[in-house]
Ligand binder design. Structure first.
Ligand SMILES: Nc1nc2c(c(=O)[nH]1)N[C@H]1C(S)=C(S)[C@@H](COP(=O)(O)O)O[C@H]1N2
Ligand SMILES: [Mo]
Length: 317
């Protein structure tokens, strides 16, 4: 299981950069704190794979303190690699992120497949520090790297029938052990209304903390929609389809009473099984630390509330 020194998929010590070596020491301490005898293979691999991504700062960033890199990359939801928060960091090293293509199709004048390297260069990369609020009641602040999804939209020229966008994650059991489970009807799918997709905050994301996305965070490309619960932001995307009808979304299909299509962060609409009024900020919560009050639209109300003018957000939860 986790008790092993080194397997063949890991880099030889000579291939590890000094920064990664330093990182490995931190990972070793973290593993010890978790009661593990050694660092899981996936963590080491991720440390060796870290690659820089140049990005310019963005005025759309929050000034809040970012959550430590270690928390961002070891406390994850990515059910394709297991349902435990530590599973993705442990298991996602088996995901092959090159070669990688993303098909963009449906109601567009220019449907096509993008090679990941080409997609990465489609528009200038920005660093966007966003709050991310999980429906489970915790949050993080993450310096993402990407560009507004609207940059992609205008290049494929949606037709007049394009009212929604669906995002589809890879579902390959040979790379993603969690896909053998039946909790979700794979692939993981999510969706936005076209005006939500076109909003400048909606980020096509390739990296975090100035480096390419670790596999557990959705490499090589994912969505980030900061005013919605985290599950709206699909990871490791292979297809983006523009549609006329509202597309299916995984959590709505799985538990329709609990998860709607919109899923805007809303402290006034409780989850049927728990309150959504407050949240725990990962990485800063000592025993005596009080929970934070959850903000409407996760604090992005000024930017996004006009998208929902006239809508009953209790009905469209
Ligand atoms: N394909 C896929 N995307 C997914 C998920 C998932 O299980 N599978 N989990 C979602 C949930 S619930 C959250 S909170 C965020 C977590 O992103 P992070 O691990 O990078 O913080 O990813 C979202 N995207
Ligand atoms: Mo989540």
């Amino acid at each position: 299981m986790l008790i092993r020194i080194r397997d063949r998929s890991e880099p030889a010590p000579s291939e590890i950069t000094p920064r990664a070596l330093f990182e490995n020491r931190r990972l070793l301490m973290k593993a010890a704190a978790m009661g593990l005898a050694t660092v899981p293979a996936g963590w080491l691999h991720a440390a060796a794979e870290r690659r820089k991504l140049q990005a310019r700062p963005s005025t759309l960033s929050t000034l809040e303190k970012p959550t430590p890199y270690e928390d961002v990359t070891t406390y994850n939801n990515f059910y394709e690699f297991g349902t435990d928060k530590a599973d993705p960091a442990r298991n996602a090293h088996t995901l092959r992120t090159r070669p990688w293509h993303v098909v963009v199709d449906g109601e567009v004048a220019k449907p096509r497949s993008f090679d990941i390297e080409e997609l990465l260069k489609l528009a200038p990369l920005e660093e966007r520090v966003y709050r991310l609020r999980c429906v489970e009641g915790w949050s993080m602040v993450i310096p993402w790297v990407g560009y507004s999804f609207s940059e992609l939209i205008r290049r494929v020229e949606p037709t007049g029938n394009a009212k929604f966008v669906q995002f589809v994650t890879l579902a390959d059991a040979s790379q993603m052990p969690g896909v053998r489970s039946t909790i979700i009807d794979w692939p993981y799918v999510e969706g936005l209304r076209i005006d939500e997709a076109n909003h400048p905050l909606t980020l096509l994301t390739f990296g975090l903390y100035g480096e390419v996305l670790p596999n557990q965070n959705g490499a090589p490309v994912r969505m980030v929609i900061p005013w919605k619960y985290g599950f709206k932001s699909g990871k490791s995307l292979v297809r983006i389809t523009f549609t006329e009808q509202q597309p299916a979304t995984s959590w709505n299909l799985t538990l329709p009473q609990e998860y709607g299509f919109y899923s805007n962060v809303n402290p006034d609409v409780d989850h049927p099984r728990w309150s959504q009024a407050s949240e725990r900020r990962i990485g800063e919560d000592g025993f005596l630390k009080r929970k934070r009050r959850t903000l409407m639209f996760n604090g992005y109300a000024n930017q996004v509330q006009s998208l929902y003018a006239g809508m009953d957000l209790r009905k469209h939860f």
